[in-house]
Design a protein around this ligand. Structure first.
Ligand SMILES: NC(=O)c1ccc[n+]([C@@H]2O[C@H](COP(=O)([O-])OP(=O)(O)OC[C@H]3O[C@@H](n4cnc5c(N)ncnc54)[C@H](O)[C@@H]3O)[C@@H](O)[C@H]2O)c1
Length: 353
């Protein structure tokens, strides 16, 4: 389609995240929301408020509107079906994370997407954050030397009403699939592939059919070791949400890091981009000096959407396609196996078999 015309974007799922996408579309002159599909009355009312056509069924929307692209912000278990529908209709899609719930369904999507020219982007929007780009540059430049340890924290307190939506109380929709998928994806993006995990998980505080607290140990392909220590029932300031400034819905604790990357010649605290190094040779009696640069962190969703437009127009390849996102999901699967068996697990990639 001509670059001069705004892309007609359909929104599948107009809940909390879908509305953030609508706001992002509204800020972008190269695109316009053309319709909403949502079976819920809230989604229908939102479409009426915006003055765009409303559908209860995404198939009906795709057939009637023939959008240039779609954003899939439905509950996790509907992502794969939505993406397959978009592929069948030849409509490029931005699929919210996680790319799916089970590795089996995602393997089918990876296989389908491979044989298709219609691009799919997965909504791991943190990869689009400029500070992550800067951190990757520092790592690629070897500023930290050989990576030794990765420490990641995601500890905050979800309110009880977050769990009011029935889909959020079912397996595949807990902290691992919905939240830690972001952190594991960023750790892969920053530090390389994770090849082995050990996991202790607990679901004692919420009594829901998934973990509310986890302690994970990670082995990276580079040889570095890491931990991710997380809970959605903790009153604590250590999480990407509270530290990064990406989403103004969260109060900010900008001085508190959530990722600590240590290497033989330096260490980096994120999201502050605080770099620690010895002024001279590394020595435990010598003082470490630090410096910090903090680029604007509030633009990740806008940058993701601008990237999506470029992908739809054929000007860029997806920064994270379904296969890459499936590799992140494979870590959740490995964590669940490790926790169930009480021993280390390696991620499986069934689409490679
Ligand atoms: N990228 C992020 O940081 C981020 C943040 C929050 C949520 N999410 C993801 O966004 C997705 C939605 O989460 P949410 O918090 O908006 O949930 P939500 O419950 O607030 O909204 C989901 C919406 O989907 C609608 N829906 C249900 N079935 C549908 C169907 N078949 N077709 C179209 N719409 C349908 C529901 O009626 C509801 O309006 C989840 O996959 C979640 O993981 C991503």
């Amino acid at each position: 389609m001509p670059a001069s015309q705004p892309l007609r974007i359909a929104l599948m799922g107009a809940g909390a995240m879908g509305r953030q996408h609508q706001a992002t579309i509204a800020r972008q002159p190269d695109a316009a929301l053309c319709a909403i599909a949502d079976p819920g009355d809230g989604g229908q009312a939102f479409a009426a408020e915006l003055g765009v056509p409303a559908y209860r069924d995404p198939h009906a929307l795709l057939a009637a509107e023939r959008p240039d692209a779609a954003i899939i912000a439905t509950p996790n278990a509907l992502h794969v079906a939505g993406a397959l529908d978009c592929l069948a209709a030849g409509v490029p899609a931005l699929i919210e994370k996680p790319v799916g719930v089970s590795l089996e369904e995602v393997a089918a999507l990876v296989t389908a997407a491979r044989g298709h020219s219609t691009p799919l982007l997965v909504g791991h929007h943190r990869r689009h954050n400029p500070l992550i780009g800067r951190a990757r540059e520092l790592l690629a430049d070897g500023v930290l030397g050989e990576l030794t340890n990765v420490t990641a924290l995601w500890q905050l307190h979800k309110p009880d009403d977050y769990f009011a939506a029935p889909w959020r109380r079912t397996p595949g929709n807990g902290m691992l699939h919905t939240n830690l998928i972001h952190d594991l994806d960023l750790l892969r993006h920053l530090c390389g592939e994770i090849i082995e995990v050990q996991a202790m998980t607990s679901q004692r505080l919420r009594g829901l059919p998934y973990a509310d607290t986890v302690a994970l140990t990670l082995r990276f392909a580079s040889g570095a070791l890491g931990t991710l220590n997380a809970s959605d029932t903790a009153s604590a300031p250590w999480s990407w949400e509270l530290a990064s400034g990406e989403n103004s819905a969260y109060p900010q604790q900008p001085d508190q890091p959530c990722y600590l990357l240590a290497g033989t010649t330096g260490a980096l605290a994120l999201p502050q981009l605080r770099l620690w190094r010895y002024a001279d040779e590394p020595h435990w009696h010598a003082p470490l000096v630090d410096e910090a640069v903090t680029p604007d962190a509030s633009t990740a969703l806008d940058r993701q959407f601008a990237h999506f437009i470029a992908v739809v127009r054929g000007e860029a390849l997806p920064l994270i396609g379904v296969e890459d996102a499936a590799r992140t999901l494979a870590l959740i699967d490995a964590v669940e196996r490790a926790a169930a068996r009480g021993r280390t697990s390696q991620p499986h990639y069934p689409w490679e078999a």
